[in-house]
Design a protein around this ligand. Sequence first.
Ligand SMILES: [Zn+2]
Length: 429
Amino acid sequence: MGNIQKFINLRRCMKNQWLPTSELEKLQFKMLKSILTHSYKNIPLYHQKFKSAGIYPDDIKSLEDIKKIPITTKQDIKDHYPNGTIARGVDTSKCWKPHTSGSTGKPLTMVYCTKDEDYQKAVALRPNLACGQKVRDKWAVITASYQAKPKKWFQKLRIFAPEYISLFEDVNQQIEFLEKFNPKILDGYATSIFLLAKELKDQDHLKIKPKIIFTTAEMLMENMRKTIESTFQQKIYDQFGCVELGRTAWECPEHSGYHMDMDSVLMEFISNGEEVSPGERGEIIYTGLYNYTMPLIRYSIGDVAIPSDEKCNCGRGLKLMESIEGRKDSFIQTPTGKIYSPIIWTIILRPFSQINQFKVTQEKIDHIVIEITKTKDFTNETLTAVKERIDQYLGQEDIHFQFEIVDEISRKGNKKLKSVESKINIKWN
Ligand SMILES: [Zn+2]
């Protein structure tokens, strides 16, 4: 695919965002019909799913009708990959094959032909442009090492060419590079930018002065947002997505939630098999609308979020999602059956400036391990105060809390850092 097509894709995406919501829904339905028909004909897994439900693509006469199609799980995709999930006749040797980090088990591989990949790049670039990034802005991206390319110190600046920094590099090395590079755009994994901001927080004369900060890939906790914004004196624009579908939702300069990329994905929010009302927590079910090589139809990814029916002041027609609550496995369920969003840990631990980073792991229903990396001000009194505060929020629960003061919160390989993780099976109803 040539550069002209890439430009056309980007121009189309930039235009689509301002269409009225009703027009975007029409476009969404058109794209949905097309990918369903294609999947039924060319993808064995979906042919089988349609058949088992006794339906044909023609039975889908509105966006709501999508509920007639069975859900696809990660396991379904892994079990049927590659022959059952990739369209017949595709030469996969020429395809782009990103894979998930495997933070929830065996990695899952996606396949995109160039045409689909080009469209994804345009969708991914849209929020950056919408938030003010310009063509030749110096752009630093902190990312997993398998995505990062070797650094070229005198790399000639090209159009939208990011400079990659590995998140596994020591924070002081990252700072050294960033001070020399002096990026206008700072972009990357939320926890990496947070750690960078923590390190630079007390410096009087900051040499790193980004004009725009994008966070992505990991849950941006409220304390992280505050630290990053106060260190760099800039607002963050958080972006949401996944390896399987690329960018799917993002914050615009109004910060009134996350605009969903309606011209590339259809997002449903489900609880107990039913669509939730705006303002209620639901599990995201994605249908990708442009990857014809390896389509994902009603794909359950395990992320939980809250849809919104508010209109954004920016005037974009792309519908809003109120907030991202986290991955399904970052919720904990206590012995009384109560389910707590990962946000509760930020609320509990936020007042403690002596805590650098934390990770909460629910090992068993009544056993939670809290790993902490401390600052030099951390004392035994801090730990006592932390325990008291946990007691205020979860004191009625019969849980054994185990504290571990560690030097570093380990990512265990190339995985995303999860601040909260539960190893138990939550009973949602
Ligand atoms: Zn907006």
